[in-house]
Design a protein around this ligand. Structure first.
Ligand code: SF4
Ligand code: SF4
Length: 161
């Protein structure tokens, strides 16, 4: 018994050495590929920057930017103040106060609809939750503001985007 244990202990350093060499090789290949890729980009001399704001970057399809409230064919807000978007919002940044709608095809509309864009994480859950297709995240990414208060978008601002 003692002899078998001794034999296995003697083999261990050799096996560990082989694995370590393989591991080193598996690290080296991606590093060399990465360096080659970097070198190729350096030699190509293509600019990776744009002259913003004179040049604007086109967001990729599905980009989730500034929010917008949509209007229907009659120019009315589509929102029926059902609170599903604010319930779904994980950042709790949508505030809605409902009022009776002056139209016969719906019961309510939002009297107040605020989104605190400083808290928004642009997850798109509000758009997913809306049963009326009344809110969407647009490709717009560059609305400047000087104060935190300006980043609370009210109903008028959301309808104008
Ligand atoms: S994008 Fe997400 S975090 Fe922002 S308002 Fe919609 S649900 Fe809330
Ligand atoms: S935007 Fe859509 S989900 Fe949110 S309150 Fe209006 S109708 Fe409901």
């Amino acid at each position: 018994m003692a002899n078998q244990n001794d034999a296995s202990e003697e083999k261990q350093p050799a096996e560990t050495g082989t694995t370590s060499a393989r591991e080193k090789a598996s690290f080296a290949v991606p590093v060399i590929k990465g360096l080659a890729n970097t070198l190729a980009h350096v030699l190509r001399r293509e600019p990776n920057t744009i002259h913003y704001p004179d040049e604007k970057r086109t967001p990729y399809p599905g980009y989730r930017g500034e929010h917008r409230l949509k209007r229907d064919a009659l120019g009315r807000e589509k929102c029926v103040a059902c609170f599903l978007c604010s319930t779904a919002c994980p950042a709790h940044c949508i505030e809605i106060v409902a009022e009776e709608a002056p139209w016969s095809d719906r019961e309510k509309r939002p009297r107040l609809f605020n989104i605190d864009m400083m808290r928004c994480i642009y997850c798109g859950m509000c758009e997913e939750a809306c049963p009326c297709d009344a809110i969407e995240l647009t490709p717009v990414y560059n609305i400047p503001s000087r104060t935190r208060g300006e980043k609370i978008y009210d109903k008028e601002k959301l309808l104008s985007l």
